[in-house]
Design a binder for this molecule. Structure first.
Ligand code: TXA
Ligand code: MG
Length: 307
């Protein structure tokens, strides 16, 4: 991308505006993390509940350290191994981080993205950038600039188009402000990879001890297309699909793929496409309860949750 465009985007951030930008996970909706007024615009644009905190994106470990009141040895190890990349770490916040960024809480979520456009934007803006996924609150995240335009349109001052994002699902979020640390959101960096570095077992907050997801009814709907979405077995996918079609319903069918990473990379684009087709229902084959499917399962279970 042309440096002039990046300079223009950085200037918008400095002036308190909103810039959507690609990361290696999904597109972010960015504002100056140190300006409460700028961050307030993010909540308005997304219709995001004010108690839902926002991840702060940094260009260096030093910048991350400036935003916390204490940095730990564990944070050091994880940053060294996984930054820049799709890992978000929650730590006690420094007083310079406005309350609006943390939803009023005492912790801040930090991430150093590896996408060159995201990195360069943060460097040129010379401030950390608060950025949730660039979508209407509760809806499917954006993996292309067009998804951002369709969802947020006029509310964004500028969209940096870096093509489709690579991972396709949001970063892994690990909470280091509690002992022992907990995975708050499974993502592209699998639990086992984190455990190798930490040398102890991690538990996802969304799972019970048996490794199964908490009842979907207990979960807030999130990552959800406008169209109703149901998880079904592979047999049901065909049978229920045919039955609904025979009764005149327009049905979207999403079978499982072999490779979880490829599936994750395409999932949101497929859901956005289904949503544009005015279907009655989307039937998705339920991914197996296996570690490599954990992040995708988490998103689909929430997408299928009662609203
Ligand atoms: O990959 C990603 O993480 C993308 C890209 C743009 O970086 N961002 C993203 O942000 O997914 P968002 O806001 O859509 O999801 C962030 C999640 C939310 O569930 C939020 O509640 C949680 O992280 N979170 C943020 N700050 C937190 C904090 N201080 N404590 C606990 N949870 C936090
Ligand atoms: Mg989001």
């Amino acid at each position: 991308m042309d440096e002039k465009e990046l300079l223009k985007a950085a200037q918008i951030i400095k002036n308190g505006g909103l810039v959507a930008f690609p990361t290696e996970t999904v597109y972010g909706l960015g504002a100056n993390a140190l300006s409460a007024d700028a961050v307030a615009k993010i909540y308005t644009a997304k219709g995001r509940p004010s108690r839902n905190p926002i991840i702060v994106h940094v260009a260096s470990i030093d910048q991350a350290k400036s935003l916390v009141s204490s940095w730990s040895e564990t944070a050091d190890k994880l940053a060294e191994k996984f930054w820049p990349g799709p890992l978000t770490m929650i730590l006690p916040k420094a007083s310079m981080v406005p309350d609006i960024v943390t939803g009023g809480g005492q912790t801040v979520a930090l991430r150093m993205p590896s996408h060159p456009i995201a990195q360069r934007l943060i460097e040129l803006a010379e401030v950390p950038i608060a950025a949730p996924s660039a979508n209407v609150s509760g809806r499917v995240s954006s993996t292309t600039a067009q998804h951002v335009r369709d969802g947020l349109g006029e509310a964004v001052d500028m969209i940096l188009d870096g093509g489709p994002t690579e991972a396709g699902i949001e970063s892994t979020v690990i909470d280091l402000s509690v002992e022992p640390p907990v995975i708050r959101r499974p993502g592209p960096i699998a639990r086992e990879e984190l455990e190798k570095i930490l040398s102890f077992e991690l538990r996802a907050s969304s799972e019970d001890k048996g490794g199964t997801l908490v009842s979907p009814g207990m979960m807030q709907s999130h990552y959800a297309p406008k169209t109703r979405l149901m998880l079904v077995t592979s047999d049901e996918l065909q049978a229920t699909g045919l039955r609904l079609q025979a009764s005149g319903k327009k049905v979207g069918l999403l079978p499982l793929m072999d490779e979880p990473q490829l599936y994750a990379a395409q999932l949101y684009a497929i859901l956005h496409r289904f949503d544009a087709q005015n279907l009655d229902i989307i039937l998705v084959e339920e991914p197996p309860r296996e570690p490599q499917w954990e992040a995708v399962r988490d998103r689909l279970v929430r997408a299928a949750a009662e609203r």
